[in-house]
Design a binder for this molecule. Structure first.
Ligand code: SF4
Length: 332
């Protein structure tokens, strides 16, 4: 892979993003974790809120779980923020951030990508940081005929990225330049090849096949789980429950479903479809009343608004918050 011209292009074209304003490892780390699976524009307000509430590793290590989940609410993949808290404690016990990718990988939630990004951006270590954008640029330039999801292919990409990194380049800038190229020029659809600083070295551009790479992979069908969500209000408070500490959406709050002891009330059901990476929830939200015991706590309006809830349940929360039925009177 030849990427001559990339750094000059980046110097001219880089976006001014809040996490690029300094190289503090904590800030780099928070941004890199948030940016996994989430668009830059969506991350910015989360990032700013998170840094304002938890400005450093010590604050993160001491934060209660409910605060963390609330700060992360809507970003999904909540294990990321739990791992960050674990890693913050590891960092404190060792007396500071490790500087190399190999050491960073020992921390909770640090995979190859995060370790490479923090090591190169915050500590100027020569380490590759291969995210989906970099994989796409590389697969196109080298016309890679295999799926970029295969670990062996990703390792090959990481080796090529490191080989292509000029000896005198700032490794963090180089990695960010490649990611930026993928995010803004070598986009999944309609790449802007005529503006691309590396097009002279790009196999897919030469063959007029840019959009044929990375090669598409058949997606396995996701199972669909259909169930009813019960919206139950008594004395101005809504019944909610906390999910178990492990498993899907661990520790997040939700409205009851898959329960006995409830009866549906006549209403227009509210359909919500929520797509996870491995399955789909097709939910039918109905108003209901209790007819027997049902696990949960009663939350008033303010408490309901403050609870960390997954976006699957957000629509139902809004239905109740806007219903005018909830009052401010404490939770059990
Ligand atoms: S020339 Fe086109 S396909 Fe090749 S790296 Fe640049 S934007 Fe991507």
């Amino acid at each position: 892979m030849v990427t001559e011209g990339l750094l000059a292009w980046y110097a001219e074209n880089r976006r001014d993003l809040p996490w690029r304003r300094n190289r503090d490892p904590y800030r780099v780390w928070v941004s890199e974790i948030m940016l996994q699976q989430t668009r830059v524009e969506a991350v910015i307000p989360y990032y700013e809120r998170f840094l304002a509430a938890l400005p450093d590793v010590s604050a993160l290590a001491a934060a209660p779980e409910e605060q963390l989940l609330k700060l992360w609410e809507g970003l999904g993949y909540y294990s990321r923020v739990r791992n960050m808290k674990k890693a913050a404690n590891q960092i404190l016990s060792r007396g500071g951030f490790p500087r190399t990718a190999a050491e960073l990988k020992q921390l909770a939630g640090f995979g190859d990508y995060t370790a490479g990004a923090v090591a190169s951006i915050a500590f100027a270590q020569r380490a590759p940081a291969v995210d989906g954008n970099v994989l796409r640029v590389w697969a196109r330039m080298a016309r890679v005929g295999e799926s970029v999801k295969a670990p062996s292919v990703r390792r090959r990409c990481a080796r090529d990225v490191l080989d292509a990194m000029p000896q005198d380049a700032d490794p963090g800038l180089y990695n960010q330049a490649l990611m930026e190229l993928g995010a803004t020029v070598c986009t999944p659809r309609s790449p802007r090849c005529l503006l691309c600083p590396v097009r002279a070295h790009c196999g897919a551009f030469a063959a007029d096949e840019a959009e044929d790479y990375p090669v598409a992979e058949a997606q396995p069908a996701r199972p669909v789980e259909e169930f009813t969500v019960y919206l139950i209000v008594e004395k101005g408070r809504a019944l909610v429950r906390r999910r178990p500490d492990t498993g899907l959406l661990a520790g997040m709050w939700e409205f009851p479903h898959h329960v006995d002891g409830v009866r549906e009330l006549p209403c227009e059901p509210v359909e919500v479809r929520h797509v996870f990476t491995h399955k789909i929830w097709q939910m039918r939200g109905v108003r209901a009343e209790l007819t027997g015991p049902c696990e949960g706590v009663w939350a008033d309006k303010a408490r309901l608004a403050a609870l960390p809830m997954n976006s699957a349940m957000e629509k139902y929360r809004q239905v109740l918050l806007e219903s005018g039925e909830l009052t401010d009177g404490g939770a059990d």
